[in-house]
Write a protein that binds this ligand. Structure first.
Ligand code: FAD
Length: 407
């Protein structure tokens, strides 16, 4: 693994930097809450990066991508973070929904959806989790039944759907056969979020935002042409999404929510106001955070190097996500403690409340895309080779499971 840019990577980095410098005003600035707060501005920012050729870098050229390398994508992410450019608004679409359509969609679906998704003309969401099916996703019950014309009728409820309140389309995992083992009777669709029968209800979070939603489907009609993959083969399609999700959350050598450089800068401004005892403790904490941060970054680079060699991401991607979440939470918590009394304010007059906001938002990262506990299971079983946990319901038909809970 070589940490220095190759000449090609250095040239690419330079082109990203000069584009960002030239379009600074159109791109806007990263703040504690940007993203879904000002949708038109966030869409304009993503469209600007797309027009520059810096969105969906690894996607095929025919769908609006650049046919580039994961390393080039990582360089774009690093340069956007370094320059304080807001994150793309359609990250779920780019990181999870798009790769699923590319892998399992029809040619017609690819032509209709993919380029618009990259430009953020359409926003996408991922409709998997239900009130009783999160970690045990395959136990889901939202049902899709086909009528004589071939259309599907969907009834049920999803929950924690990030961005559903602004989404135009979603990838929707449904139960099409309750008589077979839970992984075998699922089917995936693209759903129009503006279709009759779709109701989106935002859920308020402790950060003050309302980014996730409950989504209700009341006899929503989906044409068969919007199916992704074969009937009852939705688990295979969902695995593509979940693998892309874990990679987009845990890989690439970028930080999850909190960058160590920002923590160091924040500390430098605050350390002098502390007593010498407190300073010694703060330095220890900063040292630990720095070491953890480097470990995560280099593990991400190792993963990127493997992908660049054409290898598929393995279960080790879970380690990056798990370690990133734990370290980010520790760093945000340390940064808030350094603020002293000011740390108790959720909003400050001068807007310098990034750390408080992060501390309220980051616990969600320990759940989204696989909880810490579930990822530890994945690492134990598939990386360390420990005995697997008992799964008594694996082959039982879903209709025999008690409603509303795992077996
Ligand atoms: C910020 C955020 C964004 C999200 N965005 C989306 C989205 O866009 N679309 C979507 O579909 N979903 C989304 N989710 C939902 C997320 O995928 C689920 O919350 C997650 O899978 C956990 O499922 P659950 O909430 O049902 O918890 P449960 O699965 O009920 O777990 C409850 C507790 O039990 C533990 N547990 C469960 N099973 C095991 C096990 N086998 N071994 C050890 N411990 C276990 C868990 O770790 C957890 O602590 C989001 C969640 C968050 C927090």
């Amino acid at each position: 693994m070589d940490f220095d840019d190759t000449p090609d990577e250095a040239a690419w980095r330079e082109s990203v930097r000069s584009f960002i410098t030239a379009h600074r005003d159109e791109l806007g600035h990263r703040g504690a809450r940007n993203g879904r707060d000002d949708v038109p501005a966030a869409k304009a920012s993503q469209a600007c990066m797309f027009d520059g050729g810096f969105v969906g870098v690894t996607w095929p050229v025919e769908y609006g991508g650049q046919g580039g390398t994961p390393m080039q994508q990582a360089i774009v992410d690093q340069e956007m973070a370094r320059a304080g450019v807001p994150s793309l608004i359609n990250l779920i679409g780019i990181g999870m929904c798009g790769p699923t359509v590319i892998a399992h969609g029809s040619d017609d679906q690819k032509q209709r959806y993919l380029q618009r998704l990259l430009r953020s003309d359409d926003i996408w969401c991922q409709l998997f989790s239900e009130p009783a099916s999160g970690s045990d996703l395959a136990a889901l019950r939202t049902k899709a039944v086909q009528d004589d014309n071939g259309d599907w009728h969907v009834t049920g409820q999803k929950v924690w759907t990030t961005g559903a309140q602004i989404a135009d389309y979603g990838i929707l995992l449904t139960r099409t056969n309750p008589d077979v083992a839970k992984h075998k009777g699922l089917t995936m669709f693209v759903v129009d979020m503006h279709a009759p029968g779709v109701t989106v209800r935002p859920l308020r979070q402790m950060s003050g935002g309302a980014d996730f939603n409950e989504v209700f489907f009341d006899d929503v009609v989906i044409p068969d042409s919007e199916r992704l993959g074969d009937v009852d083969n939705g688990w295979r399609v969902a695995l593509t999404t979940l693998m892309s999700e874990r990679l987009s959350l845990g890989g690439g050598g970028t930080d999850i929510g909190v960058g160590i450089d920002a923590v160091i800068e924040h500390s430098a401004n605050r350390l002098s106001s502390l007593s010498s005892d407190q300073q010694a403790l703060a330095r220890q904490e900063l040292g630990r955070a720095y070491v953890a941060s480097l470990g995560i970054r280099y593990t991400g680079y190792r993963q990127l190097s493997a992908i660049s060699r054409g290898e598929s991401p393995g279960p080790e991607a879970s380690a990056g996500k798990l370690a990133g979440t734990v370290a980010s939470r520790a760093m945000a918590s340390y940064a808030v403690r350094l603020l002293g009394q000011e740390g108790v304010f959720a909003r400050t007059a001068d807007g310098s409340d990034t750390w408080q906001h992060l501390e309220a938002v980051l616990p969600g990262m320990a759940i989204a895309g696989g909880t810490d506990q579930v990822l530890r299971n994945v690492l134990g079983e598939r990386v360390l080779g420990l005995p697997t946990e008992p799964r008594s319901d694996k082959n039982a038909p879903v209709k025999s499971a008690p409603a509303g809970g795992q077996q």
